[in-house]
Design a binder for this molecule. Structure first.
Ligand SMILES: O=P(O)(O)OC[C@H]1O[C@](O)(COP(=O)(O)O)[C@@H](O)[C@@H]1O
Ligand SMILES: [Mg+2]
Length: 370
């Protein structure tokens, strides 16, 4: 069996209504294009999904990551879905398509991308996490806990095949630089960086020498920053991630466990507020209260010769009900702060929102204080 690539590519190409959810017609459009490509053998398999207002295309193929044909196909699907969104006058039709024409790689053109290539194991469980109303750094805490926290992942302590830990690839998304760091050896340094989640983000996690090849990622996160492409606020960079599980990697339950916290993330209304991340069932991924609170869904698959056997709606489990209850309470508490920090983001994170336009008008009225 040669290597399989999974490409998870997402974009907001029109909300229904406002920024709440994706209209079924957009998913049907995507399914019809991708079915034709599957029939032609261009891709092995696909699943069209959505979280909040983001359309998600998950595709398997054997062309490797950053492949121009696969990225071009995703672009074509997003353009056709945009045409449909315009016809239905959905909100923000084509919002995340920041370029007029495709130029070889969809990265930097608006959509978010998480891709990984690996030798398919005898049994290959993969989870696709998809978030809405937040940013790539929202994955820092759960990905760290999955691969580095022994209080989350029992296997780090008791399973000899993962006891040695993992390697983290951390990106500085402001400077566009990256650093490879070993866990547990450099755990405190990793945390020193990724605790600053609006700047340092986990891009990939790799296994150390052992059961799995060291150059095949166990996890990958989309890290595209929309404002860097658009030069202005055009919605948050709602992220996605792919995580492989079991047999030399954290177990499925260890992969899901960090999401039971309902941790605080940045995004929510106008990409300008901190709030709790709610793990929810596919059908509940509709962002309405104050355009949120931020959501995460988890689609579970077994991969069989590139076929996507799934998805299983993993957060549908009532075992996450208590998390959701806590998220409701925190949502209520945070909302009562209205425009005050720390519900509203600190000034440095507001730089790319619409707030500076409001403050500019006040600028001239400032005089020297005593
Ligand atoms: O009314 P506008 O100009 O679309 O901008 C505000 C919208 O931007 C958002 O932050 C966009 O969220 P998304 O990033 O999910 O598209 C919404 O919360 C809000 O309704
Ligand atoms: Mg969105």
């Amino acid at each position: 069996m040669t290597k399989i690539t999974i490409s998870l590519i997402k974009a907001d190409v029109g909300g229904w209504p406002g920024h709440a959810t994706v209209h079924p017609a957009l998913k049907e459009t995507a399914e019809s294009v991708l079915s034709q490509e599957k029939a032609k053998g261009e891709i092995i398999d696909f699943k069209v999904m959505s979280v909040g207002d983001d359309l998600q295309l998950m595709m398997t193929h054997q062309r490797g990551v950053d492949n121009a044909e696969i990225h071009g196909l995703a672009w074509e699907v997003m353009c056709k879905a945009t045409e449909k969104a315009k016809e239905l006058k959905l909100y923000g039709a084509g919002q995340d398509l920041l370029c007029d024409a495709f130029c070889g790689n969809i990265k930097g053109m608006g959509p978010g991308v998480a891709e990984m290539e690996f030798e398919e194991r005898a049994a290959e469980p993969v989870v696709a996490f998809m978030m809405d109303k937040t940013e790539p750094g929202a994955f820092n805490l759960p990905i760290f806990r999955i691969f580095a926290d022994p209080f989350n992942t029992a296997g780090l302590v008791i399973d000899p095949s993962i006891h040695q830990g993992f390697v983290f690839e951390v990106w500085d998304i402001m400077e566009h630089k990256k650093v490879m760091m070993d866990s547990p050896e450099e755990m405190y340094d990793i945390l020193a960086l990724i605790g600053a989640k609006s700047r340092y983000v986990i891009k990939r996690v790799y296994p150390k020498a052992g059961k799995l090849p060291e150059d095949e990622p166990a996890a990958v996160v989309s890290t595209e920053k929309l404002y860097q492409t658009a030069g202005t606020y055009v919605g948050k960079d709602d992220p996605v991630a792919l995580v492989r599980a079991q047999s030399g990697l954290p177990a499925l339950g260890e992969v899901l466990e960090p999401f039971s916290l309902g941790h605080l993330v940045s995004g929510w209304m106008r990409g300008s507020h901190n709030g709790p991340l709610m793990p929810c069932a596919f059908e509940d991924a509709v962002c309405t209260r104050f355009d949120g609170p931020p959501r995460v869904i988890a689609a579970g698959f077994q991969i069989a010769k590139g076929m996507l056997i799934g998805p299983v709606d993993l957060f549908r489990d009532p075992a996450f009900d208590l998390t959701r209850q806590r998220v409701h309470e925190i949502t209520d508490y945070m909302r009562r702060h209205g425009p005050f920090e720390p519900h509203r983001l600190p000034m440095e994170d507001m730089e790319y929102t619409t707030l500076p336009h409001v403050l500019k008008n006040l600028g001239e009225r400032f005089a020297d204080a005593d």
